[in-house]
Design a protein around this ligand. Sequence first.
Ligand SMILES: Cc1ncc(C[n+]2csc(CCOP(=O)(O)OP(=O)(O)O)c2C)c(N)n1
Ligand SMILES: [Mg+2]
Length: 556
Amino acid sequence: MSDTIPVYRGLARAFRLEDVDTIFVLTGDGNMHWEAALSEDETVRAFHVWHEHCTVATASAYAVASGKVGVASVTCGPGVTQLMTALATAANSRIPLVVFAGESPINASWYNQEIGQGPLVEATGAHYIAAHSLRRMFEYVSEAFYIAKTERRPVVLGIPIDLQQVQIPTDIKYVSSANLIPDTGPVMPHPDYVNRVVESIAQAERIIIIAGRGAQVSGARALCEQLAERCNGLLATTLPVRGLFEGNPRSLGIAGGFSHPAARQAFAECDLVVTVGASLTHHTTDGGELFPQAAVVQIDPAPQGIRHGQRIARTFLRADGSEGLSAIIKGLGNAPSHDRSAAWDAVSIAGRTRTEPFDTMSFDVQDGLLDPRQLVNELSRVMPKDWEYVNGSGHNGFFTAQMQGVSADHFTTIREFGAIGNELCYAIGVAAARPDKPIILTCGDGGFMMHAQELDTIRRYNLPVLICVLNDGAYGAEIHKLRADKLDDSGSMFGRRPLAGIAKGFGLQGATITSLDQIVGLLEEFKASKEPTLWDFHISDQVVSPMMRRGVMRPK
Ligand SMILES: Cc1ncc(C[n+]2csc(CCOP(=O)(O)OP(=O)(O)O)c2C)c(N)n1
Ligand SMILES: [Mg+2]
């Protein structure tokens, strides 16, 4: 046995020591040796995709669904330039990722794929490590994982192709990122600041608690519910953790542009919003218009005064969600709080979000086409709620986010950079993270077509994905804006392509659905086979979502 190994083998070993068992790859000269060495380990699953964008997009959804660091890999130069949209999305969404990328040979006088990778990557909000020192080679890996985990952002490791081949001694001492991250426990609240929040709550009559991803991660769901119960309050969530309070009679659903009309009314009337692990983005506050009357308290381990250009709160409690809420509930004491039953009938307001339609506007739906609102109601009625739901972007995303009965534990959406085209990738990433569950992907025809080649990846790995395309024959979000501005929409109207046939061409099952009556029978077939399947729902392009009607889906 040789007492030296090439650097790429040492790097593969370092990634294993970072507990990496799933990678999303497109190979080239810059990463193929590392990938092959890593894949020799039978516990490692490599998903090979058709486009580099999809390595990072799939790894992003995998990271969100698994709670681990997502790992993607591409070759240098053109492999890296293809990543810009997916890296910017991951950076905006605060997703921890490590991308193993090659770099052009450091000793070459010329290399045809050379480009300044660092500035490109950094411009997306991701971090770039130019791994040029042999002595530091393995420290770069632990540093990459350290930054990905502690700063919650993507890190691209650029390792020159020729350095990857240099022989090094086998006895590498690798210190993993897990050993470097300070173990300080949850952020505990300061008692003076707990008292301030207790006072704010004591003075308020109509309180709504908004929980975000931070609340979910810190396990604060039950404490949010306890606080709402205690002060006759209501509960809402950000879009990414939609369904966190599923089944709770005080749940209003989503806070923001996607809110139900009854929830909007409650927000307009409330006098205090308490956020838990939610940064109050432009979406969640509906551009600052959702709760103009309310005082805002933010409970977060890293509170922010300004988010997306808006002042979001005046009272802050720096704390982990669970620790903060426990202290507040304790501070409120055992004595009954003042009677807020006359302030509002919270439970019946919340009930209206489930019993009343989310939109009643009438539109001329052409014969043979579906109204997306009725489609969503039917899907809510018949689809199993313990499957995994992945929600896509575009105009359709408003409708599908209104589905009832799906808990946050089974729901994934990544929309922060507003890019379409990731839908199939997100379904693949979630399928990789939750291999025992069928995945229901809802998406638009435009986003689907942008990376339709990944149908083959779904087929090749035999992933139990049911793709539900809400096919309006258009880049729908665009046509509604063009029509509102009285401009020609034909450049965004492609017509309904034969998507079921396209899916069949890739070896999936496919069906065109023009009547809601078809769904139950087709669902039985999918349940029996769990074969990758595409349902092409022909929906009307005439139904305009309330959010679009309010002009929210366009820059202001
Ligand atoms: C990468 C990217 N290109 C263009 C856009 C602009 N855009 C936003 S929504 C949309 C249409 C999406 O069409 P589809 O997926 O069919 O969904 P629909 O709006 O029709 O429901 C487009 C082109 C974008 N957000 N991202
Ligand atoms: Mg469309």
